[in-house]
Design a protein around this ligand. Structure first.
Ligand SMILES: Cc1cc2nc3c(=O)[nH]c(=O)nc-3n(C[C@H](O)[C@H](O)[C@H](O)COP(=O)(O)OP(=O)(O)OC[C@H]3O[C@@H](n4cnc5c(N)ncnc54)[C@H](O)[C@@H]3O)c2cc1C
Length: 439
């Protein structure tokens, strides 16, 4: 049997190249959003961008997007660039453009910019056109997100603010940020994920000791020996950057071995039949499915490079050994009693969904083992029907692909249609709330 292993050179797309600029996109003209709106979206990542674009197509234009950073998809590209990631893991079919409204598809957008693409990138477009797996340059995806934000007037409806509270009532939702508040008919939480912290047992909890950092923090230059802890794509990027800098990299993988896979999760979860496995099954079955299918893995493109580095001794892989302790200086203590002394250690322990706890009252989130209780069809919070979730927080309703760009598309289609329908239905109440907010 022939095994197709895509080549590592597919990972090397240029980053930050000159891109034809879009007609001037206006940022929000006022420092603060209006006090009232139809919908507030918290989070301007790929999920928030997808929701705002879909609402625009549904004719819902009185939308306020609030994001800590205020830049559409800002955190996503900051994280990707920090890791030196040049291509997405998801194919051309997965993008925040709105289904059913003839939005320019990511693939067509890339073809429109043929002149700035490399021969390798052009061949990947041909692969996608032929229905094969394809690799998308981050540059192309970033320009596409900018195109969506401009063409759906999202940038001018986005304000920088750190949301502290989301207070739902029976007919409105008040979103309180650090500098302003907005009261709206509905809120959509597109909060994304935070990094998973190390167990308290490693160094007693709190900030990591000197010489230890997390994947979403810069790795300090210098130092001969680098340790990377984790088995996912993020770890692979950190390792390949360390090797490219000439460092001796120690890779600690708790599992018996690293796993290679095309997509983040089993690709069936990007299709209706995969998602259907989460429909109507018990909570414990969903948790079991999530545990079985939301597991760390690496794109195949990395395999030849990592295996060669290990064979040459530049990469030392500590397989099947969990970390028990991390001591300053830095030393990683493994469960077999061995010690791995390094100059710096980077932890890529995965992510946890931001579900709205800490923002909304507990009886709105109804947190169950780290997951909110959502309506399976509309993704509305069961405890706060005017608040919706799109992104990782919708995992238990949509399946493990909820955190991914394609999962956003599926959730967005349902949430935007529901919100638009609700707004159409309760127009009279809405005018009252807006007036209330304007008083
Ligand atoms: C390095 C990396 C690479 C990835 N690559 C892919 C890929 O190739 N394909 C794929 O399908 N998926 C990928 N993913 C998974 C997923 O698509 C990304 O995590 C994506 O960023 C999720 O989009 P999001 O909008 O849900 O969250 P985010 O992009 O994280 O956006 C959430 C936004 O909400 C803001 N926010 C959160 N809380 C508040 C608050 N209280 N107040 C104000 N703002 C707030 C955050 O600051 C952030 O800007 C990747 C993830 C990572 C980390």
């Amino acid at each position: 049997m022939i095994t197709f292993v895509p080549e590592p050179h597919l990972l090397d797309s240029p980053r930050g190249r000159e891109w034809p600029v879009l007609p001037a996109t206006r940022a929000a003209v006022t420092p603060e959003p209006p006090p009232g709106a139809d919908v507030v979206i918290v989070g301007a990542g790929p999920a928030g961008l997808a929701v705002a674009s879909a609402l625009w197509h549904h004719g819902v234009r009185d939308v306020v997007v609030v994001d800590r950073d205020g830049r559409p998809c800002g955190r996503f590209f900051d994280r990707v660039d920090l890791l030196g990631q040049r291509v997405l893991r998801s194919p051309y079919e997965h993008h925040p453009g709105v289904e059913g409204y003839r939005d320019c598809e990511l693939l067509d957008f890339a073809r429109l910019h043929w002149s700035v693409l490399t021969p390798v990138e052009r061949r990947e477009i041909r692969m996608a056109q032929a229905g094969h797996r394809s690799v998308v340059p981050v540059d192309v995806f970033e320009a596409y997100c900018r195109h969506l934000a401009a063409s759906h007037h999202v940038t001018e409806r986005t304000w920088r603010g750190s949301v502290r509270e989301v207070l739902p009532t029976s007919d409105a939702v008040t979103v309180r940020a650090d500098r302003f508040s907005v009261t709206a008919r509905h809120a959509v939480l597109c909060l994304g994920e935070e990094r998973r912290s190390a167990p308290d047992t490693w160094w007693g909890g709190g900030h990591p000791p000197r010489g230890v950092s997390y994947w979403d923090e810069p790795v300090p230059p210098g130092g001969k020996r680098l340790a990377v802890v984790g088995a996912g794509l993020t770890a692979a990027h950190l390792i390949s950057t360390g090797l490219a800098q000439g460092r001796e990299v120690h890779w600690v993988v708790r599992e018996a071995g690293e796993r290679y896979q095309c997509a983040d999760v089993n690709s069936s979860f990007f299709r209706p039949e995969g998602r259907a496995r989460f429909d109507g099954v018990s909570w414990s079955d969903r948790l079991e499915l999530m545990g079985r299918f939301r597991r760390a893995s690496i794109m195949f493109e990395f395999r030849p490079m990592l295996e060669a580095a290990e064979a040459e001794g530049r990469l030392v892989v500590h397989r099947g050994k969990a970390i028990t302790k991390v001591t300053p200086g830095v030393a990683l203590h493994l469960e077999d009693g061995s010690r791995v002394p390094v100059d710096h250690a980077v932890l890529a322990l995965g992510t946890t969904p931001s579900i709205g706890d800490g923002l909304m009252p507990d009886d709105a989130v109804l947190d169950r083992g780290g997951w909110p209780q959502l309506d399976e069809r509309t993704f509305a919070y069961v405890g706060a029907p005017r608040v919706f979730a799109v992104g990782a927080a919708a995992g238990m309703a949509l399946g493990p692909a909820a955190r991914n760009i394609d999962g956003h598309r599926v959730a967005t289609a349902r949430v935007a249609a529901t919100v638009a329908e609700n707004l159409r239905r309760d127009t009279p109440v809405r005018t009252a709330a807006k007036d209330h907010a304007r008083v």
